[in-house]
Ligand binder design. Structure first.
Ligand SMILES: CC(C)(COP(=O)(O)OP(=O)(O)OC[C@H]1O[C@@H](n2cnc3c(N)ncnc32)[C@H](O)[C@@H]1OP(=O)(O)O)[C@@H](O)C(=O)NCCC(=O)NCCS
Length: 196
């Protein structure tokens, strides 16, 4: 029987007018800017980046490829979808991380679904993706950025804090969690990038 579990999450914010480091990828990686033809790649890297993570329990759509596809369609269909803050980090033949951006009604930039596939973490890709999204929000005219992060996600919380994000609000999200692992979560795997 599913058990109602509450996940503590922080809303963190950052003033985009403050200086920040440049968004630089490690050697051998390159940027793929948003392009509607890349929706499937975003969905795949999103699914791989969140495979087995707590956030895939908190948001069940992150746990499956169809769910990630639906999520991507929902994001790009929003009036506030922000292409300049939506990026894939790639290396030859593979997508290894992604982020999407959405502007809210106040014109704040919301960082969505920042994720890096497990075997490429710790290389500076997450930080670079975050900074690239922040640059995109600033270019789109936003003065402030925000995100939500699960409180137990220590690597992510630490990364956001080190780049200047501060917690402004705590949110508890109730989720019906099955006693057994919810669904088959695909193992993280490299993704072939079509170059057309
Ligand atoms: C959070 C995440 C995106 C970080 O990506 P990453 O590519 O590993 O991060 P980076 O290599 O750019 O490291 C960024 C910072 O976090 C630190 N860090 C990375 N992994 C860490 C870990 N496991 N433990 C502690 N610190 C860690 C790094 O030291 C670095 O700090 P620095 O810039 O001060 O040196 C990645 O862990 C991830 O995809 N997690 C699963 C999805 C997720 O939870 N996303 C966040 C949703 S809010």
């Amino acid at each position: 029987m599913p058990k109602l579990t509450y996940f503590k999450r922080h809303r963190m914010e950052l003033d985009l007018r403050h200086p920040r480091p440049p968004a630089e990828l490690p050697p051998g990686f390159f940027w793929l800017p948003w392009n509607p033809n890349l929706l499937e790649h975003h969905a795949r890297v999103l699914c791989a980046g969140f495979a087995g993570e707590t956030d895939a329990l908190v948001f069940s759509s992150l746990a499956t490829l169809p769910g990630c596809r639906d999520l991507m369609h929902a994001i790009v269909g929003l009036a506030g979808f922000c292409p300049p803050a939506t990026w894939i980090a790639a290396r030859a033949g593979c997508c290894v991380g992604s982020v999407q951006g959405v502007l809210d009604a106040s014109g704040f930039g919301g960082v969505q679904n920042l994720g890096v596939v497990a075997d490429h973490r710790g290389l500076g890709l997450g930080r670079a993706l975050l900074l690239k999204a922040l640059d995109g929000f600033a270019a789109a005219g936003a003065r402030r950025a925000f995100l939500e992060v699960t409180a137990t996600n220590a690597p992510a919380v630490r990364m956001y804090r080190r780049l200047g994000f501060r917690a402004y609000k705590t949110i508890y999200r109730g989720v019906e969690v099955p006693p057994e692992p919810a669904a088959e979560v695909p193992a993280p795997r490299p993704l072939v990038v079509l170059t057309s």
